[in-house]
Design a protein around this ligand. Structure first.
Ligand SMILES: NC(=O)c1ccc[n+]([C@@H]2O[C@H](COP(=O)([O-])OP(=O)(O)OC[C@H]3O[C@@H](n4cnc5c(N)ncnc54)[C@H](O)[C@@H]3O)[C@@H](O)[C@H]2O)c1
Length: 280
């Protein structure tokens, strides 16, 4: 479904970014640029891909660094530009959870820390991605054999959240950062449309990752799958009609679709993958 060069941020570990990296690798991409703050878990994602059967011809490079540091992002994009000269897909996934406090009990440090990673850095990555994508050639061949109408110069998927659409108690800074991502997605999609670049967001519900593992029930081991009722998240999980957590792979599959030419008429959308949380 995919071909060319892809960048995925927040690709380390066993969360959503890592699942997206693996799904991209399986979808035909030839060059994968992965980045994460955590060099160890980034290496794990790369090794997993390289050790998978049938994926040995994919070139995977990893650059570890802090995505909220603009000097690191400049280096990352300089590397992409000099090595490949183009970027066909970008998935901006790096993010951190909230401080679980209402506004009056939060301070500026909380605001800056969460906003810098979840929104400011995503905006800066988007700027760099659009600078490259808007002026590059359209890939010469469509892997899907589509007519020119459906061809694209590039695609960006921003990882927002169901909490970019609705609110919840004790999460104003996190929710606002994800609402901002959705606003940015809509505006970038408008400005990028004449260039055949698509910009969409994905809004995961409660997904079983290290981010939500913090709320695991006592007795459960880290990494042990418990899609029913983790401590602190029971109420939230039960708001969704499907009454379970999602898996990173369920999110990754939708990101692959949104990135591909199969989604050629999907523009500026915020696609929920939340077991129905936001319809209830
Ligand atoms: N897990 C959920 O339920 C859920 C729900 C909705 C949205 N999301 C969003 O999905 C994305 C991925 O979350 P996840 O659950 O996989 O979390 P995770 O903690 O497993 O993964 C996040 C990754 O981002 C990296 N990261 C954090 N700060 C960084 C920085 N400053 N620079 C570079 N990398 C950094 C981490 O090292 C980690 O590998 C986040 O944007 C999160 O807000 C998650």
């Amino acid at each position: 479904m995919l071909s060319g060069v892809a960048l995925i941020t927040g690709a380390g570990g066993c969360g959503i970014g890592s699942a997206i990296s693996r799904a991209f690798a399986k979808s035909g991409i030839s060059k994968l640029v992965l980045t994460d703050l955590n060099s160890k878990t980034l290496e794990q994602t790369i090794t997993t891909i390289q050790q998978s059967s049938n994926l040995s011809d994919i070139e995977v490079i990893g650059l570890d660094g802090d995505i909220s540091d603009t000097r690191f992002v400049d280096t990352l994009f300089a590397e992409i530009k000099s090595k490949y000269g183009r970027l066909d897909y970008a998935v901006n996934c790096a993010g951190i959870s909230g401080n679980n406090k209402p506004t009056d009990q939060s301070d500026l440090n909380d605001f800056d820390r969460i906003t810098n990673v979840n929104y400011r850095s995503l905006w800066y990555c988007s700027k760099k991605e659009l600078e490259l994508m808007k002026y590059q050639s359209i890939q010469s061949e469509s892997k899907l054999g589509f007519e020119s109408l459906r061809r694209q110069r590039g695609s960006i998927v921003n990882v927002a959240s169901q909490l970019g659409i609705v609110g919840r108690p004790d999460a104003p800074i996190y929710c606002a950062s994800k609402h901002a991502v959705i606003g940015l997605t809509k505006c970038d999609a408008i400005d990028a449309s004449p260039f055949q670049v698509r910009v969409n967001a994905i809004c995961p519900g409660i997904i079983h990752t290290p981010m939500t593992d913090n709320a695991l029930r006592p007795g459960l081991k880290q990494g042990e799958k418990d899609l029913q009722a983790p401590m602190d998240l029971t109420t939230a999980v039960n708001i969704a009609p499907m009454k379970r957590m999602g898996t990173p792979e369920e999110v990754a599959d939708v990101v692959v679709f949104l990135s591909s030419e199969k989604a050629s008429f999907v523009q500026g959308a915020s696609w929920v993958v939340d077991g129905g949380y936001t319809i209830n």
